[in-house]
Design a protein around this ligand. Structure first.
Ligand code: WTA
Length: 651
């Protein structure tokens, strides 16, 4: 929901930061005039614009039409044949980049590895052959449930090489969440590890995977990386060790010729209703979108050491640790662990150790660093940094200013990038050598993107007006559908505002045309930049045999942006009970994963509902965030429910 208080502070935000002359001079895009000219071309002559981009790549077969659009279905580079793994790797091997670092990896315990383009290519070819040797073929879905190791990147690129769509499942998700995803895409194989390191502990990934695969009929194979050395059980016939398969695998694996629209991956993300949706991305358009945004938004140069701190389990890890940077022949840093392990200076140690130039992280991390104190960054040499970025949620101006001063030393431009799992690549963003930035806004559209802020009827609202954020034209890296449910794809994204893709976000545009994202307008909660549907947490709660009914809402949280407050009605007596609360919270963690653990839990005899039986989450939100006055209650069926909830609050 658009929060009025936030709206007010953003309205008062008047500070403007222009790129320094030095930065602009060396940038790919040096001025607003250049941005405008290229933007114009990208909108007026999209075929010409995207042809130039696609020509950077190797195509086994040239495409015919650039775009075939039949709302809401897009095909880009129609009939073309290519391979994104080839374009991330092989393409660089005939250049000086052959021995350039592709991935610099830092493990949580402090171990480190560097893979050059040549080495990464070799490992990817071997692993592609290893997967083939156990029967994985083009079109088979492969789940990747691995710690953030080079092998996770190798696995993704190997899948892409043979045309087996990957679906990376965040290693923090539970066995149940993993099973849902396996079943939904009917995956043939799971790639996992004995364990992963997280804050010094071992996450039992193989054990979770075993549990998830119980009864999962589609799963034929499991490949297990040895990472932590803890004991696991291997199921004969189904399970193979990664290192065993790699031992005899050939290094010769020509990349498959794939149609431009061949599915590259499925990534699950939360929506308002039901189970997570499998967002499907394809090959050619995604390649162009991630390549171009990486180049221009991060002003990526061959000399740069670039670090995106995301997890590969989320879209940011896909597009901006792996595909976008490697398509550019860049050096991408990958870190396995937590930002505060062994101490809150870990990120800054990494910046110092590798002389990071470009640093891309989430507002939630920035707020945590602010809380941990300036001593940590101040005690490290951060002078290598030249550009900073954020993604995942609105950044509050206070956190923006801190990032600018304490991390950026007031010299680094900040790119606040708005996009979604569905959009595949960055959509609204400053270009660091051109765009004057203001704390709290993602500013202007990227090339080829036509966003608008509209009323429910699709009418553009004028300057300073608020409304729904939509995109008016198809773009190359857009999702193609929801895996296995095209009807849901249409309904979810293409039915709210006629003729437009609806993002689910509310936004406002200021007099300079800058877009200020106000947050979700639906029941999606953004916790630490990760999306969760209230429905998912509610379904998890009511799956507990003692729970009668549950309603969850997102409420503001100092560090996480939002956190979950759960209102629960138990079967039988509803006594406030700490033990019960703990038990139910653990239950949610087991059902979904630790990110879904409710911060607050209230037990109640009844939930506030409308006459038609809809839970009034708006009122619950007011109660949970401790507002003195709750909003409009005219549609509430039984006012006494509210009174007892408020009373409970005062207890
Ligand atoms: C929010 C993450 C404000 C937004 C790449 C969007 C943002 C959702 C920003 C997508 C930003 C992302 N400013 N809000 N710069 N970036 N969001 O799919 O609500 O995990 O719809 O993709 O995060 O989250 P997702």
């Amino acid at each position: 929901m658009v929060d009025d208080k936030q709206f007010d502070t953003l309205l008062q935000e008047k500070r403007v930061f222009r790129p320094s002359r030095d930065f602009s001079k060396q940038a790919h895009i040096t001025s607003m005039a250049q941005y405008r000219e290229m933007y114009e071309e990208s909108i007026k002559r999209p075929s010409r614009f995207w042809t130039k981009v696609a020509n950077n790549f190797h195509w086994f077969k040239k495409w015919g039409k650039v775009l075939e659009w039949s709302e809401p279905h897009a095909k880009w580079f129609v009939g073309g044949e290519t391979n994104i793994s080839y374009n991330c790797l092989d393409r660089h091997l005939t250049t000086w980049r052959k021995n350039k670092a592709a991935i610099i990896w830092e493990g949580e315990p402090g171990d480190s590895r560097i893979l050059t383009y040549q080495e990464l290519h070799r490992e990817v070819c071997k692993f592609a052959n290893a997967m083939r040797s156990v029967g994985i073929r083009k079109g088979d879905r492969v789940i990747i449930y691995m710690p953030q190791t080079p092998e996770a990147a190798i696995a993704m690129l190997a899948c892409a090489r043979i045309g087996a769509p990957h679906s990376v499942v965040f290693a923090g998700f539970s066995a149940n969440s993993l099973r849902d995803r396996i079943d939904d895409c009917r995956a043939k194989a799971v790639l996992t590890a004995d364990g992963g390191f997280r804050r010094g502990n071992i996450v039992p990934l193989k054990k979770n995977a075993d549990e998830a695969c119980k009864g999962a009929k589609s799963i034929k194979k499991m490949i297990v990386l040895r990472r932590t050395g803890n004991k696991v059980t291997m199921k004969r016939g189904r399970d193979h060790w990664y290192h065993d398969l790699m031992e005899n695998a050939s290094t010769d694996c020509p990349a498959a010729r794939l149609d431009s629209e061949h599915p590259l991956y499925i990534l699950y993300t939360s929506g308002t209703t039901g189970k997570p949706k499998g967002i499907m991305h394809t090959t050619g358009g995604y390649m162009c979108g991630t390549y171009l945004t990486s180049k221009y938004v991060f002003d990526l140069k061959d000399e740069d050491t670039y670090w995106c701190t995301a997890d590969i389990g989320w879209v940011t890890g896909h597009s901006y640790i792996i595909y976008g940077p490697l398509l550019n022949g860049a050096t991408s840093v990958m870190y396995e662990g937590a930002p505060n392990h062994p101490d809150p200076g870990r990120f800054w140690d990494i910046v110092e150790k590798y002389n990071i130039n470009i640093f891309y992280t989430a507002p939630t991390a920035i707020r945590a660093f602010m809380k941990w104190g300036d001593d940590h960054p101040n005690g490290r040499d951060l002078s290598s940094l030249r550009l900073l970025g954020t993604v995942g949620e609105p950044i509050n101006p206070e956190a923006w200013m801190w990032y600018h001063k304490v991390i950026g030393g007031e010299r680094c431009p900040i790119v606040d990038t708005w996009w979604q799992t569905e959009t595949g690549a960055i959509m609204i963003t400053p270009l660091p050598g051109a765009t004057p930035t203001k704390p709290g806004t993602a500013t202007l559209p990227f090339f080829g993107i036509v966003p608008d802020v509209v009323t429910k009827d699709g009418v553009s609202v004028g300057p300073e007006g608020g409304g729904l954020l939509v995109v008016r034209k198809p773009w190359p890296s857009m999702l193609r559908t929801i895996w296995g449910d095209d009807a849901r794809y249409k309904k979810q994204y293409w039915s709210d505002v006629q003729g437009c893709y609806f993002t689910g976000d509310g936004a406002r545009r200021d007099k300079d045309g800058y877009v200020w994202i106000m947050g979700r307008v639906d029941d999606v909660i953004n916790i630490s930049g990760h999306r969760l549907g209230t429905m998912e947490v509610e379904s998890a709660l009511v799956a507990n045999p003692d729970v009668a009914e549950a309603a969850c809402v997102g409420i503001p949280h100092e560090i996480k942006g939002e956190c979950i407050a759960a209102f629960v009605t138990m079967k039988g007596a509803n006594r406030k009970n700490d033990k019960l609360e703990k038990k139910l919270k653990e239950w949610v963690v087991k059902e979904i994963g630790a990110i879904a653990r409710p911060d607050y839990m209230r037990f109640t005899d009844a939930l506030p509902k409308t006459r038609s039986g809809k839970i009034m989450r708006r009122l619950l939100r007011d109660i949970a965030s401790g507002a003195d006055q709750v909003g409009d209650t005219t549609t509430l069926e039984d006012i006494s429910v509210l009174q007892s909830l408020q009373q409970y609050q005062d207890e």
